[in-house]
Ligand binder design. Structure first.
Ligand SMILES: Cc1ncc(COP(=O)(O)O)c(C=O)c1O
Length: 234
């Protein structure tokens, strides 16, 4: 690997990782290999000299604190030097507990929300988008379930208009949630996050089928009536 020159590395990247992006980088003369970074500067070699450029992109926010931020580097080095386990799944993970407590504190003091939140930590933007969508869909479904339960109670009252209530419940059960996405946006490569961007009206059929091969129908449901319907149509 190390013996490959930047051009050969570019070809390798194009061949096995991101063919179209690699072609675009070449056209834009951005097909360089950065070898060092500090703060808002990144360095690459043009074969003769080392060149330093200002990073105006900042990893879309992921390097908001600057490349190799000294405090973060120190914390990482400290973790490695202490020989801490990196994957001890069935255990109390103190770092996660501290981050969760801090986030809850921020939500209380700046978000004005005093509820104690359970924090699910994830590794990527796509997972964050998935979690947000899942949360929104669960909330949507929970509200529908509560409404159906109220209607079912109403229906059991003497003198209620059973047929009208039934037809309303049927309509509620047939409803599908709609998620609005910005045209041409990118939200990650997992199935649901890519589906958001691909289902926007501007997406080509090819892009849609690339992003979500096969058909997906997600109708999570919790009321007895919903479950019975789902089971009978399965
Ligand atoms: C707006 C937006 N959402 C989601 C993602 C996906 O993030 P990741 O590549 O970390 O899964 C990106 C990545 O560029 C993004 O820009």
């Amino acid at each position: 690997m190390e013996s490959l020159d930047p051009e050969a590395l570019g070809d390798l990247y194009a061949e096995s990782v991101r063919p179209r992006v690699a072609r675009l980088l070449k056209v834009l003369k951005l097909d360089v290999v950065y070898t060092r970074a500090e703060g808002d500067r990144m360095e690459y070699s043009d074969g003769k000299t080392t060149r330093s450029v200002i990073d105006m992109l900042g990893g879309f926010g992921s390097t908001l604190l600057g490349h190799n931020n000294p405090e973060l580097v120190q914390a990482l080095k400290g973790t490695l030097d202490a020989g801490l386990p990196v994957h001890a799944q069935a255990s109390i993970r103190t770092g996660a507990a501290f981050v969760a407590e801090k986030l809850n504190h921020l939500m209380r003091t700046h978000g004005g929300d005093r509820r104690p939140f359970i924090v699910t930590l994830c590794n990527s933007g796509a997972e964050a988008v998935e979690a947000a969508l899942k949360h929104a869909l669960m909330e949507w479904n929970e509200r529908r379930r509560a409404l159906i339960e109220k209607l079912e109670l109403l229906r059991s009252e003497p003198g209620s208009d059973e047929r009208r209530i039934d037809s309303f419940i049927e309509k509620l059960l047939a409803l599908q949630p709609a998620v609005v996405a910005v045209q041409g946006s990118f939200h990650g490569k997992t199935r649901i996050s890519s589906r958001r961007a691909a289902s926007s009206t501007s997406a080509s059929p090819a892009r849609r089928s690339r992003a979500c091969p096969g058909s997906a129908r997600w109708r999570p449901c919790f009321s007895k009536r919903c479950r019975a319907r789902a089971e009978s149509s399965a």
